[in-house]
Design a binder for this molecule. Sequence first.
Ligand code: ACO
Length: 429
Amino acid sequence: MADTAKLILPDGQTLELPVVTGSEGEKAIDIGKLRSSTGYITMDPGLINTGACRSNITFLDGERGILRYRGIPIEQLAGKATFVEVCYLLIYGHLPDKNELSGFSTNLTTHALIHEDMRIFFENFSHTAHPMAILSAMVTSLSAYYTDGTGEANLEMLDLNATRLISKVRTIAAFSYKKSIGQPIIYPTDKLSYCANFLKMMFALPTEEYEIDQELVDIMNLLLILHADHEQNCSTATVRQVGSSDANLYASVAAGILALWGPLHGGANQQVIEMLEKIHADGGDVDKFIARVKDRNSGVRLMGFGHRVYKNFDPRATIIKKACDRVLNKSGKPDVLLDLAKQLEAHALADDYFIERKLYPNVDFYSGIIYRALGIPTNMFTVMFALGRLPGWIAQWKEMMEDPDKKISRPRQIYTGLGINPYVPRENR
Ligand code: ACO
């Protein structure tokens, strides 16, 4: 017999609720019939306890620090796979064989350019525009140029739109950086790999030869893989929420980019570096900063620390920290911000405030330090995150669209406002 939970309500009603069990033993109470049977709804601000879908893409166990894409541990993918393989894995459910990989890679190459008319958009953004503002606007604009994938054709056009997005977002990201520093745009090069192409578009000049540094390519590849999916995080939930109204993939992903921008989510990587720079400028006093974080009235958080799901360690942070040491040891230059970050981590991990609240470094704590070492400017960090998260957004959107139980996402509320409140004519107010 299937498991059920019994709910007893204050008015004496009782209800048997089915228990849903996941493939890793996770359990949920299915409340689908709650309101229609009893008139009650559930309250869960921040959706801390609410499962909004069944998904077979990513498994995450925050207590044990486990992250797997399609069952494959992140530690194995991070050392061995390419980002392009991981994109395929997330979207299509299995690692590509040789033919699948070469077909997918060729498609990515074919779609690397953006419509030439879109270039003019870059001319008109302010020099001070944040690259995430440009990125989201440009991704929305893709749906104005690639109109064959909207409306009912949504799912049939998915392969084409997925490759367009993965390839073109990289081009848009590099173009927006070039625009922000006043340099000429560099077009993609067919023969280069995904990451090498991006680095060339970011850093090459038409006046000079650009040599690909394989080590930089490998580090970027690693970072993109680590960010590729993270089940129902804020931006992914946003992509699903918007897509649930049958909005097209470009519109849904643009919404995800905007959710990612927030400092409590992907925007934290930029905030971490800015925080470290401020501590450094203030004399590098880590104890003083930790005391401010612990002062509830200060409103200051230790950015890059804490996670809604990880309550032990974030496996991505562990991998990034090791990579950080590798990159910076190789450069031979001491990095004062890395040093500060390590001091902060050590102080926080030994402090009761952080221990009691189970606050550990998250993926953003060390990623900014590596991006800096790669020469990527601080305001581009969250764009790098978006580039990595793209295949996850696409895979989750596809899974939702293919789900026969898909419904428009429309939460309820408990109203706490005025009772009936008659309109007062303007002359009587
Ligand atoms: N610094 C100081 N205190 C913190 C921090 C932090 N970084 N994070 C949480 N806390 C404290 C809260 O003040 C709260 O304390 P209280 O119980 O005394 O009120 C307690 O820990 C629980 O915090 P919540 O905000 O309720 O936890 P939630 O799960 O809602 O938030 C979040 C998770 C948003 C990530 C939070 O830890 C945070 O703001 N971290 C800093 C921003 C950050 O690094 N974001 C990136 C997350 S990873 C990602 O999105 C890719």
